[in-house]
Design a protein around this ligand. Structure first.
Ligand code: CA
Length: 221
């Protein structure tokens, strides 16, 4: 899952990016309204953490624009403005949750899980294919009942395949889903991650799970 963090305070932004990445969310961090607009035009996010006081504008304006344009994924406001009126305003404009600063990372992560769970309850929270089971809520993977340890990027990569079993996925589409910005990505890096994922899931004796489709991309068989 991809999360966008809009936060102009450098240390806090870095802290959030690190904390979320450790929970296997593919996290993009931007510091201004302009960057946030660009990020959302460029790629789809499953959730947004939004600061309000930004150097080039107000986060509430961003939220208003996004909701107007039909963006309906969860948005959590993270702000030092913490009067009841501030919260009501944020929620009325379309935020799903409002967490005042200072906050504990633990609570933020719990709220993010809760927002994504609500969203996922309409979708299937557990994906299964060929004995591989990926749980979007606990961010865990098992294969034939045995836990498989995956890194954040490997998890994101597997999630893309699990959502599209049997489909040949173009390299650019995969990169767009698992990297913060697909413009920066050397797609050769995808091959590196594919071989790591294969090494963990295909083992020595088993049948291949993935197929390389030359000139196009990969397929989860
Ligand atoms: Ca701020």
């Amino acid at each position: 899952m991809k999360v966008l963090v809009v936060e102009d305070q450098r240390r806090l932004g870095q802290f959030l990016k690190k904390g979320l990445s450790e929970q296997s969310y593919t996290t993009t961090w931007v510091q201004t309204c302009a960057e946030a607009r660009d990020a959302l035009c460029e790629t789809h996010y499953d959730g947004i953490i939004l600061d309000l006081g930004l150097p080039d504008g107000d986060g509430l304006e961003l939220l208003r624009e996004w909701r107007k344009s039909g963006f309906n994924e969860p948005v959590l406001i993270l702000s030092a403005r913490d009067t009841v009126q501030d919260r009501v305003k944020g929620l009325d404009i379309g935020a799903d949750d409002y967490l005042p600063k200072p906050f504990s990372l633990e609570e933020l992560l719990a709220r993010i899980r809760s927002l994504l769970r609500r969203k996922a309850s309409s979708k299937e929270p557990v994906l299964e294919h060929r004995g591989v089971r990926l749980d979007l809520l606990t961010r865990s993977v098992t294969q034939n009942g045995v836990p498989v340890e995956l890194t954040t990027r490997e998890f994101a990569l597997l999630e893309v395949f699990m959502n599209n079993p049997g489909r040949v996925l173009p390299r650019t589409l995969i990169c767009e889903k698992i990297w913060e910005s697909h413009y920066d990505v050397d797609t050769n890096l995808l091959d590196v991650y594919m071989s790591k994922l294969r090494a963990k899931l295909e083992g020595d004796a088993g049948k291949p799970l993935f197929k390389t489709v030359r000139g196009v991309g990969y397929q989860f068989l």
